[in-house]
Write a protein that binds this ligand. Structure first.
Ligand SMILES: [Cu+2]
Length: 107
C-alpha cells in the first residue's frame, strides 16, 4: 500500500516541474473522502495529492513555482476537509454525506 502510493507519486512527479513533496494531515473517513480530497487538491501538471485513509495523511507533490502547500490545502478545505493548515467552512462540512463526517461533535 505504502509502496504503491510512493510509486504513483513518483510517476506523477515526473510531469510536475520544480517538484516539491510535503505531507500534511487531512481528516477524512472513507474512499469517497479520498476521491474528493485528491480531486480537490490536484491540478494537472501543477499539483498532485494522494491521501491515505489509515494514516489520515496527504502527500502533496507540487510545482513550487506555481503553487504552495497552503493553496492546495485551502482547496481541500473548500471541498469540506480539514487539514493542519486549513479548516473547512461549517456550511460546506454540513453538506458532506453522513459517512464522511469526521468531526466528533457532529456524529
Ligand atoms: Cu467519506
Amino acid at each position: 500500500m505504502v509502496t504503491g502510493l510512493l510509486l504513483s507519486a513518483a510517476a506523477m512527479q515526473a510531469q510536475i516541474k520544480n517538484a516539491k513533496t510535503t505531507t500534511a494531515s487531512v481528516k477524512g473517513n472513507c474512499k469517497m473522502c479520498q476521491r474528493k480530497i485528491e480531486k480537490a487538491g490536484s491540478i494537472k501538471d501543477v499539483a498532485m495529492v494522494t491521501w491515505d485513509q489509515k494514516s489520515q495523511q496527504a502527500t502533496l507533490v507540487y510545482d513550487a513555482n506555481a503553487t504552495t502547500q497552503d493553496e492546495i490545502l485551502k482547496r481541500i478545505a473548500t471541498a469540506g476537509y480539514d487539514s493542519d493548515h486549513s479548516i473547512a467552512p461549517e456550511n460546506v462540512y454540513k453538506k458532506l454525506p453522513s459517512c464522511c463526517k469526521y468531526r466528533e461533535e457532529s456524529k
